[in-house]
Design a protein around this ligand. Structure first.
Ligand code: ADP
Length: 497
């Protein structure tokens, strides 16, 4: 087995690490314990920087600052237009610092720099423009009642929002969470993932420069069972939003329920089907299915990780999918010809290799890949399994790595049933020229997003989230505003109806 690998010395990232402390009440501070933890370069396994490590006491301080900023500060009291102006100024600053931010994101995460710079930073800016646009268009209702009453419904900010984000898209996840919460007038304590703390601190600093009052956005770096759990179970946090694994989502939901019953939104795992019908253009389908799985080193909650292919085009598809995976360029993500960088950390790296072993042991056919690349850094060969069966572990569990599983199907009813036969329901892709097939299958799939003849198209205005164990609630679009608003009914007698 071979794969296209670019051998080279690590490229020096064109950026410096400026911010490593906790951002609480508008200031960078050390953690109360004085503890720090290292964040590693996944290309080399070497330390990029030591970052202040928050635990419960720091979360307390951050929540206190956010509480005060909400209860007494200017943010929820200023006009929505003033809030929008600050968010827009922030987006402009991010645009100005895009190259540096993309480099920092690549360094901390291992994703291709081209992807960070050309896709993710522009999307980040777009998301904040989108939510700035909402700020002064969030309003309640006047409703007709049965009596002589003036009846209104006010939409108010929910208060202090706790937000816990993962490491696969550190900046984009920041935008999905922070954008709507701020547009609605809330204050925030955000906990980044321990693998990728750097870019959130940088953009949070830019937010202060843009005029965000102190305490409105507090950013803490730290680990899940300590800082994350403290945030999810805090009695003074009014809402928690979480993106990560389904297992951790259950814990967060439990902590929220067992503390103050704060409402929860969860964006969790997936095992999304990508279905190639018999009328598909095979070359196009191969390319799209390849991207659907391998994008971001396979580290996407919505990865098309079950590639169902109709038996009529199956052999041709497998052959071409294998050829495409063998052509995938893996190497230093700062090299602009590289499509795939390293996995995020040793834990994920080992997990992916374990799943590859399960695949081999369960007699799926290993078409290519299957091993690590080199001896340093978390690089894994683009791997393709064919002849995958529904009951194999690799067809059921989230691998979160560059491992494509191809399954054969015969008829439409069969593939709909099998595609839905999972606890997850995050996304699905279907590839067909038939409008009837597209319409029928789209409606039959139990998934929060269905991409037809495309995949991974993320727009600020369209909602994202999961059916079943893929989550609770939706982010992006108008839907994520509902997560950050309380609803107040106000009834006043009409004296002279
Ligand atoms: P992964 O396994 O991919 O790292 P997790 O779901 O564990 O995904 O992590 C996503 C986010 O949840 C990270 O910010 C992590 O620190 C946080 N987290 C992990 N465990 C907990 C926990 N027990 N309580 C709250 N947050 C947690």
């Amino acid at each position: 087995f071979s794969t296209a690998v670019l051998h080279e010395e690590p490229i020096t990232p064109p950026v410096e690490v400026k911010y490593t402390k906790l951002l609480i009440n508008g200031e960078f501070v050390d953690s109360a314990s004085g503890k720090t933890f290292p964040t590693l370069d996944p290309r080399t396994e070497e330390v990029i920087a030591h970052v202040a490590e928050a635990d419960a006491e720091d979360v307390n301080r951050a929540v206190f600052a956010a509480r005060k900023a909400f209860d007494e500060g200017p943010w929820p009291r200023m006009t929505a237009y003033e809030r929008a102006r600050i968010i827009l100024r922030f987006a402009d600053l991010v645009e100005k610092h895009s190259d540096e931010l993309a480099a920092l994101e690549t360094w901390d995460n291992g994703k291709p720099y081209e992807q960070a710079a050309k896709d993710e930073l522009p999307l980040f800016v777009r998301l904040f423009h989108y939510y700035a646009g909402w700020a002064d268009k969030i309003h309640g209702l006047t409703v007709p009642g049965d009596g002589p009453y003036h009846m209104q419904v006010l939409h108010e900010p929910i208060g202090v929002a706790g937000q816990i984000i993962p490491w696969n898209f550190p900046l984009i996840m920041f935008a999905w969470k922070v954008g709507p919460a701020l547009a609605c007038g809330n204050t925030i304590v955000l906990k980044t993932a321990e693998q990728t703390p750097l870019t959130a601190l940088y953009v949070a600093k830019l937010f202060q420069e843009a005029g965000l009052p102190p305490g409105v956005l507090n950013v803490v770096s730290g680990f899940g069972p300590t800082a994350g759990a403290a945030l999810a179970s805090h009695m003074d946090v009014d809402k928690i939003a979480f993106t990560g694994s389904t297992a951790t989502g259950k814990i967060v939901n439990g902590l929220a329920a067992n503390s103050n019953l704060k409402p929860v939104t969860l964006e969790l795992g997936g095992k999304s089907p990508f279905i190639v019908f018999e009328d598909a253009d095979v070359d196009e389908a191969v390319e799209l299915a390849h991207g659907a799985l391998f994008f971001n080193q396979g580290q996407c909650c919505c990865a098309g990780s079950r590639t169902f292919v109709h038996e009529k085009v199956y052999d041709e598809f497998v052959e071409k999918a294998k050829a495409r995976a063998l052509r995938r360029t893996v190497g230093d993500p700062f090299n602009k010809d590289v499509e795939q960088g390293p996995q995020i950390d040793t834990e994920q790296f080992e997990k992916v290799l374990r799943y590859i072993r399960y695949g081999i042991e369960s007699h799926a056919k290993l078409e290519c890949g299957g091993d690590r690349i080199g001896s340093k850094g978390y690089f894994i060969q683009p791997t393709v399994f064919s002849d995958v069966k529904d009951d194999m572990v690799i067809a059921q569990e989230e691998i979160f790595g560059p491992v494509q599983s191809i399954l054969k199907f015969r008829d439409h009813d069969d593939v709909i049933r099998r595609a839905n036969n999972t606890r997850y329901g995050l996304a699905a892709g279907i590839f067909t020229k038939s409008l009837d097939t597209a319409n029928t299958v789209t409606r039959a799939l139990r998934a929060g997003t269905v991409w037809v003849n495309c995949f991974d198209v993320f727009d600020a205005a369209i909602p994202f989230g999961g059916y079943k164990m893929s989550g609770i609630g939706r982010e992006k679009g108008v839907y994520s505003l509902h997560n950050y608003l309380e609803v107040k009914a106000v009834v006043t007698p009409l004296k002279n109806p």
